[in-house]
Design a binder for this molecule. Structure first.
Ligand code: HEC
Length: 135
């Protein structure tokens, strides 16, 4: 009787260990979304790390349109920056072929390596910088 009891307990314990393992595995990808501040912080970092800053200044035109000019067009059209950076939507800010080709090279190149979370952070940062200018 005692033996059976011990065997039962062992099975129960082993089972519960297994369950926790499965639970942690499942929980891993469901990391909570970054806070607004963390997104802006990460987006700011990526904007220079990923060299966006070399072509896009906040308020003046460099090689590409300024962030303020981009946001102006995107807000007016209720357009999605992440979709554009993923190559899912067409350019709407500067549609000159030679200009589009420069940006398209980024989308086909290093932007392929970037995660959705990072793209999201970049877009959040661009919205934030534009709002700061208006304050
Ligand atoms: C080598 C220069 C260059 C770099 C680097 C660059 N861009 Fe651009 N970008 C351009 C040019 C030129 C345009 C104008 C053509 C266009 O509108 O598609 C543009 C346009 C855009 C647009 C507007 C697209 C539209 O709808 O017309 C967005 C948004 C954008 N860039 C975001 C980024 C982000 C984010 C990065 C960094 C991850 C980046 N760019 C890096 C040159 C660059």
């Amino acid at each position: 009787m005692m033996r059976l009891f011990i065997v039962l307990i062992t099975i129960l314990v082993l089972n519960s260990c297994n369950n926790t393992d499965k639970k942690t595995e499942k929980r891993m990808p469901a990391r909570p979304e970054l806070s607004q501040d963390s997104k802006i912080f990460l987006g700011n970092r990526l904007f220079s790390e990923k060299t966006c800053i070399t072509c896009h200044a906040v308020a003046t035109k460099k090689i590409g349109p300024s962030v303020v000019d981009i946001m102006h067009v995107y807000k007016k059209n209720n357009a999605d920056i992440v979709a554009f950076l993923k190559g899912h939507s067409k350019p709407i800010v500067d549609t000159t072929a030679s200009q589009v080709a420069i940006m398209q090279a980024n989308i086909d190149g290093f932007l392929k390596e970037i995660t959705d979370e990072e793209l999201n952070a970049i877009a959040t940062y661009m919205v934030h910088v534009d709002q700061l200018r208006k304050k």
